[in-house]
Design a protein around this ligand. Structure first.
Ligand code: NDP
Length: 445
């Protein structure tokens, strides 16, 4: 434990104020330190010390004009964290809360997640403190074009392939892809999450949500359980939440909540497909608030509250980091929650994780449970390289197989003597070993 404290003191000293990054590094360090101690080659090669230092951090100015001609300046970032096992890969987040520490935590997590997918992808993350909410399509386009004008210098299909994340959906990827193509005069798989008729993959929009549900299905199987009839609380109402709900409904579960940053809706009878369609329309087309769905469904709406007080069997946090506090976790466990599948990245605080693990419930950390999104981005890259498209069934079946393999890997590295599977250790160690070995093979770089 002394070693971790010393290691963390150095990380904090070198990266002051980046609290989300410290949190993500500490969680991994706690899992992998025993492996490092048992394998002197990792210690000698200073693998973990190298892993916490990004290979490259790019920060740039993004000026753009709004519809009235007024000039705005945002900050753009790309954190190229680790490319030992493949080109950098990771999403672009557009949200006012974006800063260096948040993106470094996401890039760090991405390295382990991408390693777990079994595909050859390094880890990166990027984005801007630009808020697409309340902006016109033309304003979003001008921002995306300005952002890509600078970013294109540092990315490419064999170097770094960004994708979507919070605030970056199909519309934004389209504007960025258009600008890349225009500046570079090449049509290439430089971004994933593209539209279907310009290089996108079937199932990519669904992949993170579907994958998370597949992972939870595997966890439940270890207890002889299934999703049928299970009451599920989902947070968020964006890309990940929407397709989590779709797959849950298909598998016979009952979804009772959805949320956004203003509050959550609670539908005791369960959200059905018709209501989900309405959510998709309000969120993806009208770009409105979840509250409007409550009016349509005639269900309860709780302003500025999170859904974790609602009784459920399974929780799917699918909005943002640190959305389940220690107290939220206690409430979930008290109300009989048996499993948590993290669609979002690091949605549970360290205190919350301790509560879930102490209660020995099935707890799947985001870097394992939501890896289906980036895995399917990897499949999009393969299709782009081969210049062909796989069918919906083909991609879905590959995604399903990958999620099963990730689950097996977590069990392999995370099963304790008592039989309890510590999925946090499983994911961290499983992800670490492959990258660490590749780094050692490639010398001091
Ligand atoms: P979207 O932008 O599509 O949706 C985000 C949702 O989360 C919205 O409902 C949003 O509400 C809510 N939200 C965002 N920030 C906050 C906040 N600070 N407090 C409360 N609610 C918030 O993003 P995604 O669905 O793509 O991403 C959701 C999570 O999943 C993120 O953690 C992301 O990193 C992770 N993830 C996404 C992947 C993908 O393929 N898209 C892959 C792997 C992980 P509002 O509309 O009010 O902002």
């Amino acid at each position: 434990m002394k070693k971790i404290e010393q290691f963390m003191a150095e990380v904090i000293n070198k990266n002051p104020g980046e609290k989300e990054f410290h949190q993500a590094v500490k969680e991994v360090a706690e899992s992998v330190m025993p492996v490092i101690e048992a394998n002197p080659k990792y210690e000698k090669a200073k693998v973990l010390e190298r892993m916490v230092e990004p290979e490259r951090v790019i920060i740039f100015r993004v000026p753009w004009q709004d519809d009235k001609g007024e000039i705005h300046v945002n900050r753009g970032f790309r954190i190229q964290m680790n490319s030992a096992i493949g080109p950098y890969k990771g999403g672009l987040r557009l949200h006012p809360s974006v800063n260096l520490g948040v993106l470094k935590f996401l890039a760090f997590e991405q390295v382990f997640k991408n390693s777990l997918t079994t595909l050859p992808m390094g880890g990166a993350k990027g984005g801007s403190d630009f808020d697409p909410k309340g902006k016109s399509d033309s304003e979003v386009m001008r921002f995306c074009q300005s952002f890509m004008t600078e970013l294109q210098k540092y990315i490419g299909p064999n170097t770094d392939v960004p994708a979507g994340d919070i605030g970056t959906g199909g519309r934004e990827i389209g504007f960025m892809f258009g600008q890349y193509r225009r500046l570079r005069n090449e049509f290439t798989g430089v971004l994933t999450g593209k539209g279907l008729n310009w290089g996108g993959s079937l199932i990519r929009p669904e992949a993170t949500g579907y994958g998370c549900v597949y992972f939870v299905q595997e966890m439940l199987k270890t207890k002889g359980e299934s999703l049928k009839g299970k009451v599920c609380a989902v947070s968020g109402s964006g890309n990940v939440a929407q397709y989590t709900v779709e797959k849950l409904l298909e598998l016979g579960a009952k979804v009772v909540t959805l949320s956004d940053s203003d509050g959550f809706i609670h539908d005791e009878d369960g959200i059905d497909l018709k209501e989900l369609k309405c959510v998709l329309n309000i969120k993806n087309v009208k770009r409105g608030r979840i509250k409007e769905c409550a009016n349509e469904f005639k269900c309860k709406y709780y302003e500025k509250k999170k859904p974790w007080s609602v009784k459920c069997d399974i929780a799917f946090p699918s909005a943002t980091q640190n959305e389940i506090s220690g107290d939220d976790a206690k409430t979930l466990v008290k109300n009989g929650c048996i499993a948590v599948g993290e669609g979002a990245n690091m949605p549970t605080t360290p205190e919350g994780i301790k509560v879930f693990q102490k209660a020995k419930i099935l707890y799947a950390p985001g870097k394992a449970a939501n890896a289906g999104g980036v895995a399917t981005s990897g499949l999009e890259m393969s299709q782009n390289s081969m210049r062909l498209s796989w069918s919906r069934e083909e991609v879905d079946s590959k995604l399903h197989d990958i999620m099963i393999k990730i689950h097996e890997n977590c069990v392999r590295y995370g099963k304790e003597k008592s039989g309890y599977v510590n999925y946090v250790n499983g994911a961290n160690i499983g992800g670490f070993v492959k990258v660490a070995d590749a780094m050692i093979d490639q010398g001091v770089v």
